[in-house]
Design a protein around this ligand. Structure first.
Ligand code: PCA
Length: 201
């Protein structure tokens, strides 16, 4: 089994993004799962083409996109991607869509096909703070999550897919919740193993 794991480039004036730092430090394997990684631009226009290219190259069985949610204190398994773009801050291209669909005429929402509840349980069993989340927001992370699930739904080469939001790293100097980089790296591997061979969604 092969997993593609992506992280996002820094955005909103930050110099680092916990998701990309963690994804860069992933080992080559999580249990029986081979891990390949890619960086996605925090851009409405460029993120999904980059994701599609990474999927075409890797032909993965699992795709886990990871992003940073600056105000969250736990690893958040996202359950649902919605067909809305609504940005409170500009993306890295200066774009700030308001109330726009991601896919015109597309379904209102998609559910993750990774076993999100089992992943939360596995994270908590390792004493990592974890939650199911009902919203990935309406910024670029939700955009990528929706585009990912839309692509998965229309593809012959089937893969399980989902989205993980992670807290900031402690060293960002912000008065915000944070999590140690090693714990985020470990958490991503645990989520992949929960989605691996022998598990049910
Ligand atoms: N977090 C943003 C986009 C990129 C990232 O890491 C979000 O939650 O939408």
């Amino acid at each position: 089994m092969k997993a593609l794991v992506t992280g996002f480039e820094p955005f909103g004036g930050d110099r680092i993004n916990a998701s990309l730092e963690a994804v860069r430090r992933l080992p080559d394997n999580a249990g029986a799962i081979e891990i390949v990684t890619a960086a996605l631009p925090t851009s409405y226009a460029r993120s999904l083409p980059a994701l599609e290219a990474a999927i075409a190259l890797a032909r993965p069985d699992i795709v886990l996109c990871v992003g940073q949610a600056g105000e969250r204190a736990a690893l958040c398994l996202e359950r649902v991607a919605v067909n809305v773009q609504d940005a409170e801050i500009p993306d890295n291209d200066g774009l700030r869509p308001v109330d726009a669909p991601i896919v015109a005429g597309g379904p209102a929402a998609y559910l993750a096909t990774l076993p999100v509840r089992a992943a939360v349980a596995a994270l908590r069993a390792e004493e990592l703070p974890a939650q199911l989340s009902m919203s990935a927001g309406t910024f670029v992370c939700n955009h990528v999550f929706y585009g990912l699930m839309h692509a998965a739904a229309g593809r012959r080469h089937a893969f399980r897919a989902g989205f993980l939001h992670v807290p900031r790293l402690p060293q960002t100097g912000r008065d915000a919740p944070s999590m140690a980089l090693d714990d985020i790296v470990k958490g991503i591997a645990i989520v992949l193993e929960a989605a691996g061979p022998g598990t049910v969604a």
